[in-house]
Design a protein around this ligand. Sequence first.
Ligand SMILES: N[C@@H](CCC(=O)N[C@@H](CS)C(=O)NCC(=O)O)C(=O)O
Length: 215
Amino acid sequence: MLQIYSVPVATYCAKLRIMMRHKGITWEELTPPGGYGSAAYKAIVPSGNLPAMVHDGFMLSDSEAIAEYLNEAFAAVPMLPKDMHLRAKAREKSRFHDTRLEPAVRALYPQVAYETRDQAVVRAGGEAISTHLSALDLLLSADVLPSDPLWLCDCGFAVTFAWINAFEEAMGLQVNWPARVISYQMRLSEFQAVADELSAYRPAMKSYLQKAYPT
Ligand SMILES: N[C@@H](CCC(=O)N[C@@H](CS)C(=O)NCC(=O)O)C(=O)O
């Protein structure tokens, strides 16, 4: 049995669900006992992070470690290239998402609440995100991965792009979107697993963003 610890709004859980949907994997979703970071949850998942997985008694945390494990455990729909160099490039792209773009978006969560928002911080955040989007533009311009399949490295971007769009609407975030990045987002949205996950995930985003508006 495959169980995933998750909370509805968690970005990296949505990233993981895209890959599980694409592979046709079934899973059971569990709420971390006492909330993530609690002693009860850390007794199961020492990092206290979400997502975490338990597969037939085997526990693993970190969305990318889980995704790579599930890619091997459920190999029928491969989401990493066979070629060693392409596989390394796919991992490079995943790391760019997890260590560059997404953390710049995450830095704006403390600015969501309307009452305490600092527009100067939001502006600086928009500039930081734009810098990463322009780095992604360069990365995409040299992308050697075939564009037909959905790769592991694509899943996080689909979710993070949705958050940037949501922040543009809810907080007036200003971001420069390179044309190639917009095309990439559109291409990802055409995968059924991406479309299904984003439509299931949007209510959680909307509920989180309620505090972005004056009461
Ligand atoms: N690189 C980690 C990041 C996971 C992450 O930041 N998860 C958030 C929820 S989306 C979390 O657990 N935050 C609480 C914490 O870091 O203590 C991954 O890919 O799983």
